[in-house]
Write a protein that binds this ligand. Structure first.
Ligand code: HEM
Length: 232
């Protein structure tokens, strides 16, 4: 039997709170995890595109960073990101917790079509690795002293990557990102109901391609500056 959360759709006596009932149900939470994950993947595409300016040298990257910093919409986007990360991380951890409590022994191994992949089986572990990465990453760059960030963000990033342990941790975490997204993107679309014999194989292929592109794209930076002696 599929182990899921107990049906949680409580009725709201005072008003017709269908939306609240939906958000409280286990499928509602699953849809929120999927939507937040897909929006975060979109953020990663934009973030990767911006970070590619690193390969253009200090003037190009610092100019890009300064344009971003002075954009009036940045605080709104940052609050949106925090909300998306919180929804995605907290609800995904909660669902894993509840499912494991309901199914302590685990399923018998099924090797047929639709069997669980390495990506789907390790979502919680790659997710926790990415959470650790995010804490280190934000502390290094987003929450570095304002004066240092404003003086030369490019130098801050390149200097951090010159530490092989730091760059090595990035490469490891970015392998985790690739594995996480290789399952996450296609699974997110399926959760949203985009399931069709003709389109699903394409969604799976494109999801995998995007996962590989994002992981390799981000990885190119610690590898170039950390191990290949870039920008000396
Ligand atoms: C490996 C290549 C990466 C580089 C060089 C990089 C660089 C940066 C820099 C310089 C900032 C600070 C920007 C600023 O404050 O103006 C930043 C912020 C951020 N990065 Fe990355 N990043 C990388 C990968 C990632 C990945 C893989 C994730 C997510 C899993 C991520 C998530 C974030 C978030 C959430 C912020 C805060 C955005 C904001 O508050 O505006 N980054 N990154």
């Amino acid at each position: 039997m599929q182990a899921t959360e107990a049906p949680a759709a409580k009725s709201c006596a005072a008003c017709d709170c269908r939306a609240i009932e939906f958000l409280e149900s286990s499928i509602g939470k699953k849809i929120m995890v999927a939507l937040a994950g897909l929006f975060l993947s979109f953020f990663l595409v934009v973030h990767l595109a911006g970070n590619l300016f690193l390969f253009g040298g200090a003037p190009a990257f610092n100019h890009y960073a300064s344009l971003l910093e002075h954009n009036e919409l940045l605080p709104v986007a940052e609050i949106g990101l925090v909300v998306l990360f919180l929804i995605h991380i907290l609800l995904a951890i909660r669902a894993t917790w509840i499912n494991r409590a309901a199914r302590p022994v685990g399923y018998a191994v099924y090797r047929g079509k639709g069997a669980r992949t390495a990506g789907s089986k390790t979502m919680i572990w790659t997710g926790l690795l990415l959470l650790a990465f995010l804490i280190v990453h934000l502390k290094s760059f987003r929450f570095a002293p304002e004066a240092v960030r404003e003086a030369d963000l490019y130098a801050l990033v390149v200097h951090a990557f010159r530490n092989p342990w730091y760059s090595g941790f990035y490469v490891l975490a970015l392998v985790g990102l690739g594995v996480h997204l290789s399952h996450g993107i296609q699974s997110g679309f399926q959760t949203l109901g985009l399931n069709h014999p003709r389109y699903t194989p394409w969604i799976k292929r494109l999801g995998l391609a995007l996962a590989v592109l994002l992981a390799l794209g981000f990885m190119s930076m610690p590898i170039y500056f950390g191990f290949l002696g870039g920008a000396k």
